[in-house]
Design a protein around this ligand. Structure first.
Ligand code: SF4
Ligand code: SF4
Length: 379
């Protein structure tokens, strides 16, 4: 018999992710921004962002991340950081590093920025520059030194896939040389541009097992010198991730145009009217909106999740992934071996490997032209 469905009390959001802009000088093949970003040019003003931050603090939000696109493209970033800090947030800048100059980092330090997460695409100049379709490796290396010089704890993020998984040892060596404190090795999540390029980016199980063994070997050898997080790609798992720790549970993202989202990929779900912070108060959105309540608790779940003893552990997995892979966001995330659609995930992996062997499909880099072309195809 199924356990009765439940809806726990709604706790305040802990995390606000301010996606300040979708503009970015890079063209990453795995970019998590929406594929149609080129049609979404509207951005909140400085005053509107400050108002969002104030409301979030009143709700009890403690962490504030500035991301994008590339948040450094906003000239008011330092002002927003200063205001965030003044309001009492722990502030975090998530950046490709492009545009982080000595005067800017000095101003950010002065305004109280707590933390910087820098992304690299690879340990080699060739692969870094290929994957971002820019010549940015040397610039990023310079920015890494700048971050250390300004005494920031260094968090390095490298998205992994079949083109760089075999370099994991060199990526860790690079992190050690840079004096990184925390290394996030996150295998590609197949949303946004990652989904467009899924067949090209999909690694083999052999690559993953090797990389994981290397990571464990380094962990044993270097101890606490660097904390290494290795996130395995969902498609190779038997259980899904507890996406966002549950829909509308701790995380609140605001897109550049003010659209409020329970996760940055949520706009890919059809039939949900996501509210905008220019029209509604944050508290109203968080506690009362149909969009944020849609997948809270377990009342929305269908079998097998509805009767599963693990449903409060993984919340049925990721709604965006369930939709992308099964066409129904209320299905169990098919990464789960209990899902009747689990075989589809394995088929995607095999299909990707067949396509790679045939070498037929080029990478589609994130660019305005590709964004417009893909958006037109989707219509
Ligand atoms: S993933 Fe790459 S292209 Fe996308 S926002 Fe980040 S740096 Fe820019
Ligand atoms: S059936 Fe649903 S709740 Fe159970 S483990 Fe799988 S995804 Fe999670």
């Amino acid at each position: 018999m199924n356990a009765p469905a439940s809806r726990p009390p709604i706790a305040p959001p802990l995390w606000l992710l301010a996606e300040l802009t979708y503009r970015c000088p890079l063209h990453c093949a795995f970019c998590y921004n929406p594929v149609d970003y080129a049609q979404q040019r509207a951005e909140l003003s400085t005053g509107e962002w400050i108002d969002v931050m104030r409301q979030a603090r009143q709700l009890g939000t403690a962490q504030l991340g500035f991301s994008g696109g590339e948040p450094l493209l906003r000239d008011d970033l330092e002002e927003l950081i200063g205001e965030g800090r003044r309001l009492g947030f722990y502030t975090n800048l998530i950046t490709s590093g492009i545009g982080l100059t000595e005067p800017r980092i000095a101003r950010m330090k002065e305004r109280g920025l707590d933390h910087i997460q820098l992304s690299f695409q690879d340990s080699t100049r060739e692969m870094n520059d290929f994957l971002s379709s820019t010549k940015t490796f040397d610039l990023k290396a310079k920015v890494a030194r700048l971050i250390k010089r300004h005494d920031y704890p260094m968090v390095l993020n490298v998205v992994l896939h079949r083109f760089n998984l075999d370099h994991v040892d060199r990526i860790i060596d690079m992190a050690l040389e840079m004096g990184v404190e925390y290394l996030e090795l996150a295998n590609t999540q197949y949303y946004g541009w990652g989904l467009v390029n899924r067949a090209q980016l999909m690694p083999t199980r052999k690559q993953l097992l090797w990389a994981e063994a290397v990571v464990n070997e380094y962990r044993a050898r270097i101890g606490n010198r660097i904390r290494i997080l290795f996130v395995v790609p969902d498609y190779f798992e038997e259980r899904p991730k507890a996406c966002m720790n549950g829909w509308g549970s701790v995380f609140f993202a605001v897109a550049p145009d003010g659209t409020a989202l329970p996760c940055h990929a949520a706009r890919s779900l059809p039939g949900i009217a996501f509210p905008n912070v220019t029209e509604h108060r944050l508290g109203e959105i968080w506690y009362g909106s149909g969009a944020f309540n849609r997948y809270r608790g377990d009342a929305w779940m269908k079998a097998p999740c509805s009767g599963c003893p693990e449903r409060h552990k993984d919340f049925g997995g990721c709604r965006c992934q369930a939709y992308a892979l099964t066409g129904d966001a209320e299905n169990a995330d098919p990464v789960c071996a209990r899902s009747p659609r689990h075989g589809d995930v394995q088929a995607v992996v095999l299909q990707a490997q067949r396509m790679q062997a045939q070498g037929v499909q080029p990478i589609v880099f994130r660019s305005d032209a590709n964004s417009r072309r893909l958006a037109a195809v989707e219509k």
